[in-house]
Design a protein around this ligand. Structure first.
Ligand code: NAP
Length: 329
């Protein structure tokens, strides 16, 4: 089969389209013919040699999400038939014509959704849903602040927050991105500057002085302490990304007096059973909202698999709104 291989740590030039062996499904696994996959920041880090994949994933083929069809069943598989359209997350290996997945890590693609749109969904929506619902236990009418709101995860979160009856606010480093997020339900946003202390006045205005109940911090660095400053009593801060820095000062007095919960989350490194639980929650609570037109995939650009270098450069530009998709077929 054809696959994109990381030939060594480095820039986009280390990504090569090669012929490699097709994986074989073992007990409980499904062979998926991949029609489309999508990019994640983790792919960039893996390419640079800074983020080794988990042991059960191919070590040199990136790709953490996919949309495709069931091509072959391993022994013991009961949930699927050959030809069914499926999407999901994997530890790696999705930049390829075929991959293997545990049968319970797959969800069925709604009939009206094409493969390119479907590939843009799993990582962003499972991450956002798991953080908002399973971990932060978001309630209707609460206020949510999402940093890097026009990112793949950010725009998934905006839509989910609305669907749950809560109110999404956001930051991005540009008004154009905030405007795009408003088309998907963002209530209001701040075009972030380097002075994070400005966030406090915006959050005060948005919340009428009550504070923000849940923050999805997709950025880290200076965004982290600034987020704590704007939180309501009993607020929940989800640390999801550290793109602006892995270290931050914690205003402990605020954490203590407002009784704030800080939780870190990571999808890729979880045990199989935890990934299955997140996928099942996605299948039951999120996928039906796509079928009903409440949620939609946001695709920034689509590239053929062979143009993976251009796709990685586009993601690195920080100009994207939503997801970058690679067409495999
Ligand atoms: N924990 C998990 O399981 C998990 C899962 C998926 C993703 N993530 C993380 O969540 C974050 C979002 O992922 P994604 O795939 O949705 O991202 P994405 O679509 O690639 O968007 C990331 C955005 O972050 C903003 N950004 C980049 N550098 C920044 C900086 N120094 N300061 C402030 N903003 C910056 C940029 O938007 P602006 O230029 O508009 O600011 C950029 O477009 C990433 O950090 C990713 O690693 C975590």
């Amino acid at each position: 089969m054809k696959a994109i291989v990381i030939t060594g740590p480095g820039g986009v030039e280390v990504l090569e389209l090669r012929e490699v062996a097709r994986p074989v499904p073992s007990y409980g696994q499904v062979l998926v013919r991949v029609h489309a996959t999508a990019l994640n920041r983790a792919d960039l880090m893996q390419r640079e040699g800074k983020y080794p994949p988990p042991p059960d994933a191919p070590k040199d083929i990136p790709g953490m999400e996919f949309a495709g069809e069931v091509a072959e069943l391993g022994a013991g598989v009961t949930r699927w038939k050959v030809g069914q359209r499926v999407f999901g997350i994997v530890g790696g290996g999705a930049y390829a014509e075929y991959l293997v997945s545990h049968e319970r890590l797959l969800a069925e693609i709604p009939s009206a959704m094409g493969y390119a749109s479907a590939a843009a969904v799993p990582e962003a929506f499972i991450t956002a849903h798991d953080a908002l619902v399973t971990q932060a236990q978001l309630r209707a009418s609460e206020l949510v602040l999402i940093h890097a709101v026009a990112s793949g995860v950010g725009l998934a979160a905006v839509q989910l927050v609305r669907a749950l009856g809560a109110i999404p606010f956001g930051t991005a480093r540009g008004k154009g991105k905030l405007d795009r997020a408003k088309e998907l339900g963002l209530e209001a946003g701040w075009a972030a500057t380097n002075d994070m202390s400005e966030l406090t006045a915006h959050a005060k205005r948005w919340s009428g002085g009550r504070g923000i109940n849940v923050v999805l911090d997709l950025v880290g660095g200076a965004y982290f302490p600034a987020s704590i400053e704007v939180m309501a009593p009993l607020g929940r801060l989800m640390v999801i990304g550290t793109i602006a820095g892995r270290d931050a000062l914690i205003p402990l007095g605020r954490v203590l007096s407002s009784r704030i919960t800080i939780r870190g989350t990571m999808l890729r490194g979880r045990a199989l059973e935890e990934k299955i639980a997140a996928t099942r929650a996605f299948e039951e609570q999120v996928v039906p909202l796509f079928a009903r037109g409440v949620l939609r995939a946001v695709v920034d650009r689509e590239y053929p698999l062979a143009d993976v270098r251009a796709a990685h450069s586009r993601l690195e530009s920080n100009e994207t709104v939503g997801k970058i998709v690679l067409r495999v077929t």
